[in-house]
Design a protein around this ligand. Structure first.
Ligand SMILES: Nc1nc2c(ncn2[C@@H]2O[C@H](COP(=O)(O)OP(=O)(O)OP(=O)(O)O)[C@@H](O)[C@H]2O)c(=O)[nH]1
Ligand SMILES: [Mg+2]
Length: 220
């Protein structure tokens, strides 16, 4: 709703990207934030990015934390406490990486003490068809059990990269709206819309490219 100053209310959310080492968390984040494909593998310690997007006509600022796939339990607790939405990423080429999501989800729910945390399950590296080790049915069944959406993505071809972040934003917005409606949203999450040119003019700002529809795959 525009205010008398002509600003649009804007929400800011902390998003955490979690998953085993090498599943493509950094590549997905780099594609989303910078429209960039990274071929090399440089294990992450911790990176954060700020990005503004429009979701269903609403401006949303995302503070995205790209985490290390290697075990860092002490850090995890902190991420999980501050995170408001989680991308749980595995690689369709590794069954073990899907297994790892079970522990991560349990930890999120335990730390947040909330079964309904916004989560999106992402089966990345969908372009590596020949190396698929996790079939769609298995991953989809698990996501249904968790009542979370499941997408198969490819950071390489930029398939479903935007979609997973947008889905997570929608869940966080819905949740925030319902907390507001109940008068239980004490986090002061409302910000005010900054014109895109005012926000992170650094190279971190997201650039848009026309979508290549040929690369889109079905959303399960
Ligand atoms: N073919 C293909 N390769 C990918 C994809 N996503 C990532 N990779 C490759 O997988 C390797 C690991 O990707 P990263 O994004 O660094 O993995 P990560 O999950 O951030 O790993 P950690 O930081 O160690 O946790 C890199 O060599 C990427 O080029 C994808 O969708 N398809
Ligand atoms: Mg990484």
């Amino acid at each position: 709703m525009p205010t008398r100053y002509g600003y649009q209310p804007c929400r800011e959310f902390n998003v955490v990207v979690l998953g085993a080492g090498g599943v493509g968390k950094s590549c997905l984040t780099a594609q989303f934030v910078h429209d960039e494909w990274i071929e090399s593998y440089d294990p992450t310690i911790e990176d954060s990015y700020r990005s503004q997007i429009s979701v269903d006509g609403r401006q949303v600022i995302l503070e995205i934390l790209d985490t290390a796939g290697t075990e860092q339990f002490a850090m995890r607790d902190l991420y999980m406490k501050t995170g408001q939405g989680f991308l749980l990423v595995f690689s369709i080429t590794s069954e073990a990486s899907l297994e790892e999501l079970k522990t991560l989800r349990e930890e999120i729910i335990r730390i947040k003490d909330d079964e309904n945390v916004p989560i999106v399950i992402v089966g990345n590296k969908a372009d590596l068809i020949e190396q698929r080790m996790v079939d769609r049915k298995t991953a989809f069944a698990l996501s249904q059990q968790w009542a979370a959406p499941y997408y198969e993505s490819s950071a390489r071809t930029r398939t479903n990269v935007e979609e997973v972040f947008v889905d997570l934003c929608r869940q966080m917005l819905r949740r925030d709206d319902s907390l507001d409606a109940n008068g239980t949203n004490g986090d002061g999450g409302d910000n005010y819309y900054q014109k895109p040119e005012d926000l992170s003019t650094s190279r971190r700002r997201r650039r848009r490219k026309p979508k290549d529809k040929a690369h889109r795959c079905a959303i399960l």
